[in-house]
Design a protein around this ligand. Structure first.
Ligand code: 9WO
Length: 247
C-alpha cells in the first residue's frame, strides 16, 4: 500500500508516523508513506498557501494552486492514476468507523489532503476529492491529526502489520459491542483487587463475565451500538445502519 499526505505542516505528522505499528509496517515495506510539504508546491517567493475568502468573513482559505500541483505530481508518479482515493479530512465528511477502515485497507493507494484555517478552496474538492471523512463532531485546527487517526486504523489492518496475537484479538473484537475491562499483575494493588472470577481459572465463567461486562457497558454508554448488535444476533443479515443505507 502507498499513502501520500499533503500538508502545510509536515512536522505535525512526521513524529507519529515514525513510531510503533506504523513505523514497523513501513520498515517491513508493507506500506510506503510519503509526506508532501504543500509549501514546496507554491511558486511565489513567500510560499503562500492561504488567502482571504471571497465574499468576506473571518479566517483564511487554502489556495487551490498548491493542491492542484501536488496532486498532479503524485498522479504522474503512479502507473495508473484512475483509481486513486483522494481523501479530504473535514468536519463535513462522512463519520469514520471500523467498517470504513476495513474498506480503505483494501485500497492500493490513499492520498490525504489536510486543510487548515477555514478549509481548502472548494474547487480542489470538486476536482479531486473522492472521499470526505470526519472522525467526529468537533472542530480542530486542521486535518492532520484526523488523517493520522485514519492512517493508524488502516495500517494496522494490513496483513503482517501486527503480531498474530494482536491479530487474533482484532478478529474477535466485537465491532458492535464495547470491550470488557482488563487487569494484569499484581492481584492486589494498594488494596484494589482484581475481580475474583478472573483468578478462578474457570474459563466458561470468565467468558460469561466478560460478555456481561461488555453488554452492560454498551447498554449504559452506547445504546446506539446495541441496536445494531441485537439485529445481528437475531439473524438479520444486515444491521440497522446497513438496512437504512447508512453503512
Ligand atoms: C475554521 C474557521 C475559522 C473562522 C471561521 C470559520 C471557520 N471554520 C473553520 C474550520 O472548520 N476549519 C477546518 C479546520 C477546515 C478543514 C480542516 N480543519 C479541520 C478538520 N478541523 N477539524 C477537522 C476535522 C477533520 C475530520 N474530523 C474531525 C475534524
Amino acid at each position: 500500500m502507498r499513502i501520500d499526505l499533503v500538508t502545510a505542516f509536515p512536522d505535525l505528522v512526521q513524529g507519529p508516523l515514525e513510531e510503533s505499528i506504523i513505523k514497523r509496517a513501513q520498515d517491513k515495506e508493507l506500506v510506503r508513506i510519503i509526506v508532501h510539504d504543500l509549501r514546496e508546491f507554491t511558486t511565489d517567493k513567500h510560499h503562500k498557501v492561504d488567502d482571504y475568502p471571497y465574499g468576506g468573513g473571518a479566517g483564511m482559505v487554502m489556495k487551490p494552486e498548491p493542491f492542484f500541483r501536488s496532486l498532479e505530481q503524485i498522479s504522474a508518479s503512479v502507473e495508473d492514476s484512475r483509481n486513486l482515493k483522494i481523501i479530504y479530512m473535514s468536519p463535513q465528511g462522512e463519520l469514520f468507523n471500523q467498517k470504513m477502515a476495513n474498506e480503505l485497507a483494501h485500497d492500493e493507494h490513499l492520498i490525504f489532503l489536510c486543510g487548515h484555517y477555514k478549509g481548502i478552496d472548494e474547487r480542489v474538492v470538486e476536482e479531486f476529492v473522492t472521499d470526505e471523512i470526519s472522525i467526529g463532531d468537533y472542530v480542530l485546527s486542521g486535518g492532520e491529526l484526523p488523517a493520522l487517526v485514519v492512517i493508524d486504523s488502516v495500517v494496522r489492518l494490513i496483513p503482517g502489520a501486527i503480531s498474530d496475537m494482536d491479530s487474533a484479538a482484532t478478529d474477535s473484537f466485537q465491532q458492535d459491542l464495547l470491550d470488557c475491562p482488563y487487569y494484569t499483575r499484581p492481584e492486589e494493588y494498594r488494596g484494589l483487587q482484581v475481580p475474583e472470577v478472573l483468578l478462578s481459572g474457570h474459563h466458561e465463567n470468565i467468558r460469561k463475565w466478560r460478555r456481561e461486562q461488555s453488554l452492560n457497558r454498551t447498554t449504559s454508554r452506547r445504546r446506539d451500538l446495541l441496536s445494531n448488535h441485537r439485529n445481528k444476533k437475531n439473524g438479520f443479515d444486515r444491521t440497522e445502519d446497513e438496512y437504512n443505507g447508512q453503512a
